[in-house]
Design a protein around this ligand. Sequence first.
Ligand SMILES: NC(=O)c1ccc[n+]([C@@H]2O[C@H](COP(=O)([O-])OP(=O)(O)OC[C@H]3O[C@@H](n4cnc5c(N)ncnc54)[C@H](OP(=O)(O)O)[C@@H]3O)[C@@H](O)[C@H]2O)c1
Length: 249
Amino acid sequence: MGKLDGKIAVITGGSTGMGLATAKLFVLEGAQVVITGRDQGALDVAVRDIGKGVQPFCGDISKLADLDALRAFVEHRYGRLDVLFANAGGAKPGMFEDVSDEDFDFTVGTNFKGTFFSVQRLISLMSTGGSIILNTSIQGVRGTAGLSVYSATKAALRSLARSLTAEYGSRGIRINAMAPGYIDTDIMRKTGLSEEMIREMNVQAIDHTPLGRKGTGHDIAKTVLFLASDDSEFITGVELTVDGGWAQV
Ligand SMILES: NC(=O)c1ccc[n+]([C@@H]2O[C@H](COP(=O)([O-])OP(=O)(O)OC[C@H]3O[C@@H](n4cnc5c(N)ncnc54)[C@H](OP(=O)(O)O)[C@@H]3O)[C@@H](O)[C@H]2O)c1
């Protein structure tokens, strides 16, 4: 028996990285999963990789019309939603005085506004027992040069988990945050950092991590499964950190 047998799940940003790893585990545990992303080609590759039990939905979480279309897709196809992993995110790193209006709007529009409205548009499809997991970051509680906007968006999402817990507890819907440390995905490359900078960040991250390695998508997937399933049925409003101890010491 799977931990998510019969459940309907949406994973925003499920085409690559930790979203894809989580989609694979959710399907193995019996869920039917909708994965989203902006690149149809990447979604198609992910669907082939996962196999049965997964549906792609192409859309941008920073666009409300796309979120309305996602809601309509889920409602029409499944009639309800049990689990939402609000995972899609990105960044345009830059030192404070170099952050442009455009860079600011990109990161806030995706990570905070996009995640806020992903949850807002989908939550009314959930009933008692629903679980929402917001992908935050240990950067939300750390200070890192060049990440002022990104880190603030993740701190805002941690706050959102608390506010929604207060609003939705009486409806039996749980909202938790999951804060990854340094996880082996392609996100750094997508932000435009050079290979040399990425190598340097790898060394620094591993050096600062008591468990002595980068995290994997599967490390994240197992934690999200815990928060999505009944194993965590009395847990809501927390931020669960998955960082090999980095932000704890
Ligand atoms: N990797 C880390 O070390 C780390 C640490 C802490 C937190 N995080 C967080 O983890 C989450 C997942 O990142 P990842 O590391 O797995 O990176 P990733 O492999 O780049 O995955 C990002 C996913 O989000 C999608 N996405 C990005 N912007 C989107 C948008 N506007 N609308 C819809 N989908 C969008 C991407 O697909 P498309 O590009 O095709 O849209 C992709 O599926 C992010 O929220 C990130 O901030 C990562």
